[in-house]
Design a protein around this ligand. Structure first.
Ligand code: ATP
Length: 313
């Protein structure tokens, strides 16, 4: 049997005047999946998240949320919670009062114990009785997540949830999202942070100029067969440079450090050529002290895909 879909979008298009923000976008998110939405600035991520939250309607295409077709934008469809840009909060109320007010607006039965629970989950217990006027961006983000938790969503939609979070805040948010997904909630989040995506998401959709340039499991994206830049630190950089220059399939991208007496150079190669280089360096009695991609394989794949799309614009 198919895993139930939290989101099924086909051919979604959305324009703002002459600007095509989304251009035939497909998106599939199963329940229990944390799905990342990535792309350069202006790629259409917030617009797409807004459609999922019912903040706007698509111009064309088909959108189903939690199995129900969305015909027009009203409010968040049943079972959906989240926010784009920043959560709406009342600055003169405390964190606890904000949650109580939001619960009452939504007709939710959220007593003190429930509110304490969600505040604890996002790590805001200590500031529960502080007015939100003085809250940092990271604290606002976490309070927005706490508000979404009150509704026990089956689809959670978050725009840059790690924005402004310190490491402890990030740990709280990651734990909450992982817990929700384990309980069957579909989560769609946008992020510019590759480490966040790697830590959280099983699948990602990459948007560039309103189009999907990749959608699928993260490991498939990272494993795509492409050359990467690697920093190679050795005990004898000059010899390593000569060996690299003589190794087929290896290109020296930056040896300026070596010329200035540093022990590292940057080479570009596919993995088999890189293996060959390392073996030859070691056979030349040179010790390899470090070999690491300059950017992560995931980030490299992201950059390559989005640059291709922008170049073809
Ligand atoms: P960022 O990473 O900068 O947040 P994004 O991927 O979320 O970008 P969107 O905010 O969805 O991108 O914007 C997509 C395109 O649509 C951009 O060109 C943007 O200027 C345009 N756009 C978005 N909302 C509106 C609006 N309300 N009116 C006019 N243009 C808009």
């Amino acid at each position: 049997m198919d895993t139930p879909r939290a989101v099924r979008a086909r051919g979604i298009t959305k324009c703002f005047g002459d600007i095509v923000a989304l251009d035939g976008v497909d998106l599939d998110v199963t329940q229990g999946q944390i799905h990342g939405l990535v792309g350069p600035n202006g790629a259409g991520k917030t617009t797409l998240l807004g459609l999922l939250l019912g903040l706007a309607a698509a111009d064309s295409g088909r959108l189903e949320i939690l199995g129900t077709p969305v015909e027009r934008a009203l409010a968040a469809p049943d079972g959906v919670a989240g926010f784009v840009d920043a959560p709406g909060l009342y600055p003169s109320l405390t964190a606890r009062q904000n949650l109580a007010a939001l619960a009452s607006l939504r007709g939710l039965d959220a007593g003190t114990a429930v509110i304490d629970d969600v505040l604890g989950e996002v790590g805001l217990t200590d500031v529960a009785d502080d007015r939100t006027r003085g809250f940092s961006l990271g604290m606002r983000q976490r309070l927005g997540l706490a508000a979404a938790l009150l509704t026990k969503p089956r689809l959670l939609v978050l725009d840059e949830p790690s924005n402004g979070l310190d490491p402890a805040g990030k740990r709280h948010v990651h734990r909450v999202l992982t817990r929700l997904a384990a309980e069957g909630t579909g989560v769609v989040l946008s992020s510019h942070l590759m480490d966040d995506l790697e830590a959280l998401c099983s699948e990602v959709t990459i948007l560039a100029t309103g189009r999907v340039v990749f959608s699928g499991p993260l490991d498939k994206l990272a494993a795509e067969n492409r050359e990467l830049d690697y920093r190679l630190r050795t005990s004898d950089p000059e010899t390593a440079r000569q060996v690299a220059a003589d190794t087929a399939g290896v290109r020296i991208v930056d040896d300026s450090g070596v010329r200035q007496g540093a022990d590292a150079l940057v080479v570009r190669a596919l993995v088999p050529a890189l293996d060959e280089l390392v073996a030859k360096v070691v056979r030349s009695d040179v010790a390899v002290r470090e070999l690491a991609p300059v950017v992560s394989p995931l980030e490299a794949a992201f950059l390559a895909l989005t640059e291709q799309q922008e170049a073809g614009r």
